[in-house]
Design a protein around this ligand. Structure first.
Ligand SMILES: Cc1cc2nc3c(=O)[nH]c(=O)nc-3n(C[C@H](O)[C@H](O)[C@H](O)COP(=O)(O)O)c2cc1C
Length: 321
């Protein structure tokens, strides 16, 4: 028996409270499945007990269906993965008609990831979703090219990001609005404060990193789309710092994600100020990754003599030694 478990005698990991609140939303545990890596949830229902997940964020939905990028769309890299799916999705109306009725039967909080190429696209997707039941909130993906600004990503431009958050906030009357940041920002604190001021209820930090993988023999890209987004353990140290900077800058909750595979990864993000986390690439190797992590996080907290995950949040010691 370890000294910590001796101190906990009479109690077990089952007594550890993993529940968290993000604004008005309550989650039974802080581990959500990340957008684009868990389909619309339904595709995983035969492998994963959706009713045990902290929550799930759907694949990004647009105003009209999108066929996506040419193959190959995925490519393994050291400690990570590149993807160039090209935001393929069925479109918001088909989601509401064909996917949501089945998804509603599960007891899992569902957020819809929303994207567009101009402000009107975002407004229209939210408008369609506002008329439906069975969702707890919206997550805006602002790592998208803004066609009205010559393809500059909303998410790399604090003014564009603030504007799209403002119009989405007005459209999202019924539900909380989370904004998912691009990791390519000069000053994430500035961006985080701007989005908080526009009414974002939480910030999701962060999306993938623009990257490439090529083959010098064929002289071609390993992705059909030429460039892609890097995810997986390779990005965790970079995103961890962003989560720290963002959570110091704002009062609204921060949801951290990037390279989470283990209970320590989850708790590192919580330590740096995240209230909850999302699991993306890890679901490709183990579709049950987010479900399994709960038990491991409970055990890790129990071993540290902590019985409520919130006791660890933001408790990083920042003194310089
Ligand atoms: C195949 C794939 C598709 C993705 N699609 C979306 C998407 O539609 N919207 C979005 O906001 N993020 C999308 N992402 C980004 C992930 O949600 C997540 O931010 C990123 O992968 C970092 O987390 P990870 O290292 O745990 O995968 C996608 C990622 C992957 C790998």
């Amino acid at each position: 028996m370890t000294s910590s478990s001796a101190a906990n005698s009479g109690r077990s990991p089952a007594d550890v409270d993993l529940s968290v609140a993000i604004g008005a939303l309550r989650f039974r545990n802080p581990i959500l499945a990340a957008s684009g890596t868990f389909g619309y949830g339904l595709e995983f229902a035969h492998l994963v007990d959706l009713n045990r997940l902290g929550g799930l964020v759907t694949k990004g939905l647009s105003r009209e269906p999108i066929e996506g990028a040419p193959a190959p769309r995925l490519c393994e890299t050291p400690s990570g993965m590149l993807n160039a799916v090209g935001l393929q999705n069925v479109g918001v109306r088909a989601f509401v008609e064909q996917k949501l009725p089945a998804l509603r039967k599960f007891d899992v909080p569902v957020l819809v990831n929303v994207f567009g190429y101009c402000q009107e696209d975002y407004i229209e997707v939210i408008r369609v979703l506002e008329d439906t039941e069975g969702l707890v909130g919206y997550e805006l993906n602002i790592s998208c090219p803004n066609v009205k600004k010559g393809g500059l990503q909303f998410g790399n431009d604090p003014i564009g990001a603030a504007e799209v958050t403002r119009v989405a906030r007005k459209a999202a009357v019924k539900r909380p609005l989370w904004v998912k940041l691009s990791p390519l920002i000069a000053d994430i604190g500035l961006m985080a404060r701007a989005l908080e001021a526009e009414g974002a209820d939480a910030l999701t930090v962060a999306n993938t990193y623009p990257a490439m993988a090529v083959d010098h023999r064929t002289r071609r890209s390993r992705l059909g789309n030429l460039t892609g987004g890097l995810s997986g353990p390779a990005i965790k140290p970079i995103t961890l710092r962003l989560v720290w900077e963002a959570s110091k800058a704002v009062k609204i909750p921060v949801v951290g994600l990037g390279g989470i595979e283990t209970a320590s990864d989850v708790l590192d993000y919580i330590l740096m100020g995240a209230t909850a986390v999302q699991v993306g690439t890890a679901s490709f190797t183990d579709p049950r990754a987010s479900e399994r992590l709960q038990a491991k996080v409970r055990e890790a907290l129990f071993d540290s003599n902590l019985f409520n995950i919130s006791e660890l949040r933001g408790k990083f010691h920042a003194e310089i030694s």
